[in-house]
Ligand binder design. Sequence first.
Ligand code: ATP
Length: 363
Amino acid sequence: MMSSLRLENISKQFEGSMAVNNLSLEIADGEFLVLVGPSGCGKSTLLRLLAGLEQVTEGRILQAGTDITALEPRERNFSMIFQNYALFPHMTVEQNITFGMRMRNEPKSKHRARVDRVADLLQLGELLNRKPGKLSGGQRQRVAMARAIVRDPKLFLMDEPLSNLDARLRTEVRDGIMTLHQQLKTSTVYVTHDQMEAMTMADRIAVLNKGHLQQIGAPQTLYAHPANLFVAGFIGTPAMNIFKLPCRDGVVMVGNQAVNLPDTAHARQLTEVYLGIRPEHIDDSSAYRDPGNPGERLHLEASLTYCELLGADYLNHAQSPLGALRYLRENRGNAPQANQQVSLSFSLHDIHLFSGQNQQNLH
Ligand code: ATP
């Protein structure tokens, strides 16, 4: 894996707060990396550090082995796309796209071929002579992207480029970004607070919380093997059910069934664990057809509190001996009733166990 960019122990301290805390990661050549995390976790700061718009307090940024930590933004040849795409209102789409090239006094002969290529990629051909005021929000965002890619940068930095668009346009522009990425294969760092967006777009996702990198990996890895309780709760919709349960000598009781924790010195001395189970991994008696090996399933009697129709599924909310939980049940035309008793079960293979002490995955 050739690394196009490498962050080594990056920290950024603002007065009173560590926005990014001792963070290291690599971005592979051609990779689409998504930074995700809740508001204030340091995503935008990290992107601005990459762009050179902020200076690191500590650490190094290397591009293809060269230290670029001290370089000015324009010396980095990265292109940044913001959520507030500022187009010049008095210029046509074409003039907006070529603005940077004209500022750099690049020969006009180069413009035409490049403009045609990006206009083609982003389906802007018909709009080149229009002014931004006569464009839809999605079209304006595509122009902003065209302006960013026409430079042929080494890296794209995108800060929530979909966040100001309505639901339909989000899909349209998202598809545009993905098509573009497939064609250009330019390494991209994309920031969002929306984990669904991260799951659908990323080659790898980096989850941040309070300036710390929590986990980095393929979407499926984060979903199936969350490194800690934070990632478990953040990745996946609807969110994982998490119960804090007492445990002793490496054994936790789930209802009236004993479950062994992984056999480690750390697990044996714990008095509390967090047990996680995703809503899509819980079956109710009506849906569950394959008894499998009964020893490998956990059972809970529960009472429905309310049910949300999502379309193909209901999201059922229930009260169980472990606490309130949510699970998905296929919509087969008959609406589940509040107060209905349900026998729930889930496979031992689908549970996640986290330390009550340090919240790390026990596996
Ligand atoms: P959001 O999703 O809300 O944009 P974010 O994850 O992008 O959040 P950042 O904008 O990177 O978060 O902010 C991280 C932390 O650094 C926050 O606590 C923020 O208040 C602080 N911060 C960011 N910029 C500055 C600044 N220029 N001066 C002081 N503190 C700052």
